[in-house]
Ligand binder design. Sequence first.
Ligand code: CP3
Length: 345
Amino acid sequence: MDRQNKLMLRALRGETLATPPIWMMRQAGRYLPEYMATRAQAGDFLSLCYNPDLASEVTHQPIRRYGFDAAILFADILLIPQALGAKLWFVTGEGPRLSTITDGAGLDALGPVDDIDATLAPIYETVARLAAELPDETALIGFAGAPWTVATYMIAGRGTPAQEPAHALINSDVAVFEALLDKITQATIHYLCKQIEAGAEIVKIFDSWAGTLKGDHFDKYSVEPARQIIAALRARHPNVAIIGFPRGATEEGYVNYARVTGADCVAIDGDKSADWAARELQPITCVQGNLDQRLLVSGGDKLVSETKRICETLGHGPHIFNLGHGITPDADPENVARMIDAVRN
Ligand code: CP3
């Protein structure tokens, strides 16, 4: 099979397909017993991320079980802060913890962007193995956190309800905030280029906290860094396809993001209506989304009818089927099979 004919790449080039390609955010995760077994073997989540044998194994698991059209590298958006010298650990049942940056001294203590490969080399090795091993029809997605989302964790040291510590730093010391954002942007360009060179055909930029940025802060701290990253990647790798995910942005924010960044695809969160996306976003770019991930817990007729409604509504333009956010650990693996069946048949 010609590599360029993968369904994912066709949708990303703007083709309208009879059946959309499908994959899921967090498809390698705790809802799968085989993931839990491999994670136990690794010891903990970060050891799993940095072990190319085991990280490629968990990336393959949902492909073997379901035949998704894309595999996403198994890693985390918080590996970049760790590679820049932040301390990072995960508290079971709570989430990530990092050493915090609150002033210029904290920023100055970070290492240079050029040194991140010393930490991240195993991630590139995982990408290279996956590129060699995946089935011919399966596209490989690399990823990074968007600079704003990564900065919010580096400033707050954890996830908080609206990442207020990062907003507070914008107000108290915008120069330090912007220097941090720029450093993360440069590191992200480097990291994603390395993933592409190792074999990622698509990269996705996760801006999970974009929705907390209002007005011109959204333009300056979500749209502009994404625009810079995409321009830099395209200059070096003209064939790479790029998906942006400004989660929680307003409708107007999404349209602006699509126009200004030129992303090949924009992923919409579960709060957005598919009708709106078909009307306002699909004429500009491919749309990815957006089944409510909670339906994979509850299942039933609603799961099938919602899946079909999204496919029909977004079926008149380029569409990649996905969830509004990541699948949760309490989801039923059988419901994932039902969703895929509803998309494909
Ligand atoms: O399958 C995939 O989607 C690929 C791997 C992937 C992970 N994290 C693995 C993971 C990807 C693409 C991410 C992105 C990520 N990580 C984001 C952006 C997407 C989003 O969810 O908004 C964010 C904000 C993070 C940071 C992060 N990592 C948090 C907040 C948490 C804790 C929440 C949770 O679900 O436990 C993680 C941990 C994490 N990253 C897990 C996985 C599979 C769970 C770890 C475990 O096994 O215990």
